[in-house]
Design a protein. Sequence first.
Lengths: 164, 355
Amino acid sequence: MQIVTPEFGLIFWQLIIFLIVLFLLAKFAWKPILSSLKEREDSIESALRMADEAKLEMQQLKASNEKLLAEARQERDRMLHEATQMSNQLIEQAKTKATEEGGRMIVQAREAIQNEKNAALAEVKNTAAQLSIDIAERILRRELADTNSQQQLVDSYLKDVKLN
Amino acid sequence: MLLMKRLLIALFCILSLPVFANEPAATQAEATEQEAFNPGEMILHHIGDSHEWHWFSTDNDHLTTYLPIIAYQPGKGLSVFSSKHVAEGESYNGFKLEHEHLVAEDGSKVYDFSLTKNAFALLLSSIMMLVVFSIVASGYKKRRGSAPKGIQSFFEVIIVFIRDEVAKKSIGPKYERYMPYLLTVFFFIWFNNLLGLTPGAANLTGNIAVTLTLAMLTLLVTLFSSNKYYWSHIFATPGVPMWLRPIMIPVELIGVVTKPFSLMVRLFANITAGHIVILSFISLIFIFRSIYVAPVSLAFGLFINVLELLVAILQAYIFTLLTAMYIGGAVEEHHDADLQIGGGDAATPAHSHGH
């Protein structure tokens, strides 16, 4: 039949025209279209990826901020605690030091008192000795007069002398 | 789609047969007395190629565009003249037309390179494609990196579909080399299918010479891009025993040719069938010689025409998809799927599990 018999002329034209169309379209249409499609898709994809990255970064930033805040809070608490501790310690130290000082001063005072007492006693002894020597001297002076009076004198002197 | 057409043709035949049977003999005789209307001839004239572009005829006049005839005779050389000179069976310069076929009066061999109706339609549609897609391409240059607009956004969807759903899926990573061919084939077939539906236009994609050329190009693209796996699959099909090779090799070799052959026949048959169905419905008016058939004819004709709009893009898609699949088969690197089918080992454990 005629319609199923391919005609030579039409095959010829079809081949030539189709190949020309294919060449022209490939060069001037498909190449720029496909390349700019690809370019656009790439740019969209990279934009989406960048948005994702930015989101992730934001989350990280937020998390690190929170972490920093928590750390600062902790630091403050720690510092407060330390300060309290230190002040307590200082008070304690001052107290101990004062007690120690007081104790030391009491001991010193005691020692001084003892020393004074000793010195006083020594002086009393010296005075007593001096007195004894004076008495002895006076007795010796009055020895010539009367033994009785000597006795009386000694007694009177002794009466005068009062050991305090 | 083809099945649907067949069903419609069958329906048409069943509906029309009883009418023909009941028609009185006198009416038929009367009809033959007047000018005989031969629907078969009319339809074949409409879907076939021609050396002139016949628009319409009135009772005593024809509006026809005469196209140039370019003939080459091996001894005499090239001769170019208008087809007006050989119209209505006249002979000119030793040529005449016999059933739209250019022959030499002396019976010598003639190579007919005429710009026939189809060749002319081919030129027009090609120019149209070039214009349309240069506009689309200029849209991409103008709006570099931004969203498409107008005609550009209409075609972008289709181009992206061909790239992602046809080329990438069927060919694989090497798809980019074949994109220009696939896109050109798709839009060429689609444009010409649609133009073929236009009243008065040529039936280009329903012409076997056109589909033959497209199928041949697909075959050539497939063969030139084939790798060693493709040929080893043909000459040493995996999983086939040695003694079966003498049978398998011819079968596989025939398969190489039948693939493009099926492409050729599918497109030709689908488009031609659609035209035949529409023309048949219109012929009904003239067969019955009654205006009352016209609404029925128009309703069915309109339905088929709308269906043909769908077939136009569907056939373009099928041709492109199959072309991509044949190319994909030729450039494929791995044959994992074949090994699973060929080797019985994979099936055996599953089978024993069943027991």
